[in-house]
Design a protein around this ligand. Sequence first.
Ligand SMILES: Cc1ncc(C[n+]2csc(CCOP(=O)(O)OP(=O)(O)O)c2C)c(N)n1
Ligand SMILES: [Mg+2]
Length: 335
Amino acid sequence: MDAVRALNPTTAASEVDRLGRDLAMDAYRRMVLIRTFEERIFDLFGQGWIRGTSHMCVGQEAVAVGACAGLRPEDQVTSNHRGHGHFLAKGGDPKRIMAELFGKATGYAAGRGGSQHMACYEIGFLGSNGITGGGIPIATGAALANLMQGLDRVVLCFFGDGASAQGTFHESLNMAGLWRLPVIYLCENNGYAMSTPASQVSAIANIGDRGPAYAMPGVVVDGFSVAAVRDSVREAAERARAGAGPTLIEAKTYRFMGHSKGDPCHYRTREEEAAHRALCPIARLRQGLIVAGIADQDWLDDAAAWASAEVDAAVQFAQESPDPVGGLDEGVFAE
Ligand SMILES: Cc1ncc(C[n+]2csc(CCOP(=O)(O)OP(=O)(O)O)c2C)c(N)n1
Ligand SMILES: [Mg+2]
């Protein structure tokens, strides 16, 4: 947490200044939608509507929303096991994401994939991924494909601190640095890989500091600041589009919930959790909107009601959707 505070000079007001009025309002609503969606999933698990597992990104919303705000619509992203927020921020339909979690035919993988195997190529969401570090070479390959086809689009890869210890991270960054690929590696350092603290498994304090070893800038940003994440991604995307190659960004953040449902979080203290909850990215932007005179209580209530209604509609859609029909290989991509 001290590391986050140290690079956290942004105030609530400066969040809004940097984003501008319209984007600040839009980012707020999207972050509230993601949080509402995730909290509802947690409840639906408890009620037995959703089976399997699911990893919630509560606390990390500013990374997903800030990153996608720094990209163009035609740009692509890869995601990991904690991917609902990434998908929603990239423009995924809450109804079809929810239906996939319910295992219904109307889901993004026709009910076969679930939380960790969803994709929508039309909006550039190249997929969540249950293999830790599995999305990193996929993003690298997609960036190479875009470059070879002369397409003016960049790929952003979301992954965690745990994934940055995988061989795929080092192999991919080396290749991307060597070939100047138009890719942005965005590490969401939420402090833990399951129960393992990042500080116990990394020889250096900042994962972002590994960038220069692979001939790319390494940037460390406050992952609770949607403006800081947006700015860093926008700059990296400009760099990539200009042919100057990849960037590694580390966003320091924290997951407010357990690793997945049923995690009692015995490996961290309640005090540590409370200290990080005080840095909540939604609360900070809300404060900024109020101070700037953009939002009053009515507007904030409307945003919350809109998000709830979106999630209600998604749940209803999922509940009323038909079960999958046909073979196991329909709706999924497998070789
Ligand atoms: C190759 C592989 N090894 C181990 C796992 C089990 N696993 C699932 S999530 C996870 C931790 C990932 O940590 P991090 O990358 O920091 O992401 P976070 O869960 O913190 O978002 C692990 C080890 C896996 N899914 N894939
Ligand atoms: Mg982690």
